[in-house]
Design a binder for this molecule. Structure first.
Ligand code: IMP
Ligand code: MG
Length: 183
């Protein structure tokens, strides 16, 4: 699977180190008391699993599902919340986690939806940030890595459902970005 990568952008070791730091940052930011973590699956699953174990204040967590990219590289239509959470949000400190902030559409939409449920506070944490691709002004509060405008896979990020289990993050070889047998 690693042979399908053109280059490794972020190694497994760098990811682990940055997540330890993020865990400390987030723990210090919220200080005492509980937080409610909302993870956008599938992409944020490995990141969320590793990050919450580096947060040392109490965490309640649940997953939500958003449909935005049906497959592959081109976004299709507006993101839609297709599976939400029953966790109490009102008057809670909520942190939404996603794998990557790209056009900004997903987190902008999700933020609006959760803001309506009157949280005490609402923050967002992303592993990756592609600043250069923003179509909607939206910035995350906690960011793992800024990356260039390249399509990446691994550590939760997929291409057509594949490569989420790669332990590092990298770019795919160009000839693998449109394999007819995956259609
Ligand atoms: P946004 O709504 O454009 O900010 O995109 C967020 C979603 O797009 C992420 O949760 C990913 O599922 C997907 N995405 C954006 N860029 C990439 C990428 O480089 N590789 C894999 N998925 C991506
Ligand atoms: Mg995806």
């Amino acid at each position: 699977m690693i042979d399908d990568l053109e280059s490794v952008l972020i190694s497994q070791r760098r990811i682990a180190r940055r997540i330890r730091e993020l865990g400390e940052e987030i723990t210090a930011f919220y200080a005492k008391g509980e937080i409610t973590v909302i993870s956008i699956i599938n992409g944020a699953l490995p990141f969320t699993a590793d990050l919450i174990r580096r947060i040392t204040i109490p965490v309640r967590m649940d997953c939500i599902r958003v449909a935005s990219y049906r497959d592959g590289i081109v976004p299709e239509g507006e993101p839609e919340l297709i599976y939400s959470t029953n966790l109490e949000i009102e008057n809670r400190r909520v942190m939404v986690i996603d794998d990557i902030l790209d056009t900004g559409r997903t987190l902008f939409t999700i933020n609006q939806i959760f803001q309506r449920r009157n949280p005490k506070s609402l923050h967002t944490c992303v592993l990756l940030d592609k600043q250069g691709r923003r179509e909607i002004p939206f910035e995350a509060d906690f960011i793992g890595f800024e990356i260039p405008d390249k399509f990446v896979v691994g550590y939760g990020l997929d291409f057509a459902g594949r490569y989420r289990n790669l332990p590092c993050i990298g770019t795919l070889k160009p000839e693998l970005q449109n394999p007819p047998e995956w259609a």
